[in-house]
Design a binder for this molecule. Structure first.
Ligand code: HEM
Length: 171
């Protein structure tokens, strides 16, 4: 015979992930004086992805090779700074148990890696002729990159502001 509980069924269910002892350990480990390096470094690939699209649009409009060269640099530096940001984010994801156990953190990682692949492809194809590369594939990849950086950044912000991942619990 089993004893019947008066509690509603939702209160009797146990989430095995949330009951993990490390679930509430979400403070940043990859940090300078408590300031997360990932949050500091993501500004560069985000800004450069939008500069890249802007430079491509200006090249399309003016035909001035200056903008195609600017786009080449924005693509390369956006990709390399994105990789650096990705390393600190990946270290945070793997080392902090409360971040590692949340599905949302893995969703962010997958969207971010897709963005890095788009930025890398966009840079790589420009190395073989930066002017010819802009139309049509360069500008199409830049548009896709701008959409993906919007998703990545918005979702990363959700991790911090909704789930409070990588934040300090205060002293
Ligand atoms: C490639 C692997 C990546 C992983 C595993 C990753 C993981 C994370 C994690 C765990 C956080 C929570 C805060 C923290 O713990 O520092 C975060 C925040 C964030 N991520 Fe990423 N990330 C990656 C790449 C990127 C890239 C490439 C971008 C942008 C281009 C990006 C944009 C953001 C933003 C904007 C935040 C919120 C920062 C804030 O508002 O303070 N992430 N990411």
């Amino acid at each position: 015979m089993s004893a019947k509980s008066d509690k509603p069924v939702e209160d009797r269910l146990i989430d095995p992930i949330a009951s993990d002892p490390g679930y509430n350990e979400t403070e940043t480990r990859i940090a300078l004086e408590g300031h997360p390096i990932h949050a500091m470094s993501v500004a560069f690939p985000i800004a450069l992805s939008f500069c890249l699209l802007g430079a491509d649009l200006l090249y399309w409009w003016t035909g001035d090779a200056f903008w195609a060269r600017a786009a080449l640099w924005a693509a390369g530096t956006g990709f390399l700074f994105g990789m650096l940001a990705g390393f600190s984010g990946t270290a945070e994801l793997l080392l902090v148990s409360g971040i590692r156990s949340r599905a949302a953190a893995w969703t962010h990682a997958i969207i971010a890696v897709t963005l890095l692949a788009i930025l890398g492809a966009n840079w790589g194809q420009r190395l073989y002729g930066f002017e010819e590369a802009v139309l049509p594939y360069g500008i199409l990849l830049s548009g896709l990159g701008a959409i993906m950086v919007g998703f990545t950044g918005w979702h990363g912000g959700k991790l911090v502001f909704d789930y409070r991942l990588g934040t300090s619990k205060g002293k």
